[in-house]
Design a protein around this ligand. Structure first.
Ligand code: GLA
Length: 382
């Protein structure tokens, strides 16, 4: 359906046909705000994606169009931004590939998607990954998926102004059906973790809250973590990131850190421990223990990392009170977006009905509900 829409828009706009590619959004089961601290994350790609059609046009100007925004624009590879936020992600990918030494020839393209915007499922990473993958394949640059993920991440840093970690682009490019990926963001090695949820489903409840502060606060969190690291590194020169920090080291410098910086650092160190425990629980088939770590993660994100919001906390509280919801937490950068919950099939409908009704009573609007299936990463469709 999505593919057909993209194809017909491409034909209508450029009067020809090109190659079609897709790259998905992601969920993250646990390990939030750990990626840029070189810790661990546990994402999986999902069955919601960006689809694009692309064809080199032999000109100097890139022509790009969006099905969902019903807008078109052009740019040249001189780095000058367009007035369309969506187009600047594509420009960003082109410019980062140029920075790696590739002479990216201009193309025509159209894209569309069903990754909810601002829902915390990484629609922007899906867009960057789809283009990085498609351009690499079209022009035969031979970059690995990990190199393409880094291109997307840099596009986000330099063209969207968010100093994000590698998780989202990594997940969009490396996803495998039915598998989560335990990524070590320091070595960039990862392990596939089968996510067999016999009797359970993953549900996302979208608060539909989009805070304009989200990206600036994100960068603030990152700086606070860096501040903690530089203080600890004075005593422990081997420490290069919060990944290298233990709770004992943190305790040693407690008086030298502001309460806020201490809380941020402690959250990150503990989140890595929670993730390790959660993966162990999953391997042993102990889904309850896995869920308990998810609740712990939410509490840390809300109280110590302070990236939650009342709507997210409210949904997690309902989940906690509902027997059969084994774990729930806010997902992604925070300040809005979704909660992710692991819910037994038996109470799936009941939980959604309860959460929807109570949320509406409290906030005057319904949360959006998404069932997600862990799916494959970026690929060529035809
Ligand atoms: C956003 C960023 C990721 C990651 C998460 C928080 O999704 O793009 O790199 O930091 O927030 O875990």
């Amino acid at each position: 359906m999505l593919k057909e829409t993209v194809r017909s828009k491409f034909r209508e706009t450029y009067g020809t046909t090109g190659a079609v590619y897709a790259a998905p959004g992601r969920v993250n089961l646990i390990g939030e705000h750990t990626d840029y601290n070189l810790g661990f994350v546990l994402p999986g790609a999902i069955d919601k994606e960006i689809v694009l059609e692309i064809k080199p046009n032999g000109q100097d100007t890139f022509r790009v169009s969006s099905v969902d925004f019903n807008e078109s624009t052009t740019f040249s590879a001189n780095g000058e931004k367009t007035s369309y936020a969506w187009a600047n992600y594509i420009l960003g990918v082109v410019m980062e590939l140029k920075a790696k030494g590739f002479d990216v020839h201009a193309f025509d393209c159209t894209f569309g998607g069903n990754v909810p915007l601002g829902g915390g499922m990484s629609s922007s990473a899906a867009l960057e990954s789809a283009f990085a993958f498609a351009i690499n394949d079209t022009y035969g640059y031979g970059l690995t998926r990990m190199e393409l993920a880094k291109v997307g991440q840099l596009a986000e840093h330099n063209y969207a102004g968010v100093r994000c970690g590698i998780m989202d682009q990594f997940a969009s490019l490396h996803g495998e059906k039915g598998k989560l990926m335990k990524l070590d963001c320091r070595s960039l090695e990862y392990e596939l973790v089968p996510f067999e949820l016999n009797g359970y489903k993953v549900i996302l409840l979208d608060t539909n809250v989009k805070h304009s502060l989200a990206s600036s606060e994100y960068n603030v969190r990152r700086s606070q973590c860096e501040e903690g690291v530089s203080t600890i590194a004075k005593k422990h020169p081997e420490v290069a990131s919060l990944r290298d920090v233990t709770l004992a080291m943190l305790e040693e410098v407690k008086d030298e850190l502001s309460a806020v910086v201490y809380n941020r650092c402690e959250y990150v160190v503990k989140e890595n421990i929670r993730l390790t425990n959660a993966c162990e629980a999953l391997k042993q088939g102990n889904i309850e223990a896995f869920g308990a770590e998810m609740y712990g993660s939410h509490e840390g994100l809300s109280k110590y990392y302070e990236v939650s919001c009342p709507e997210l906390d409210f949904l997690v509280d309902i989940a906690k009170r509902t027997t059969g919801v084994i774990g729930s937490r806010m997902m992604g950068g925070g300040f809005g977006g979704c909660t992710i919950s692991v819910v037994s099939n038996q109470i799936h409908d009941h939980f959604i009905a309860e959460a929807t009704a109570e949320f509406e009573k409290q906030f005057g609007k319904k949360p959006l509900v998404y069932d997600v299936v862990i799916s494959d990463g970026a690929r060529k469709l035809e």
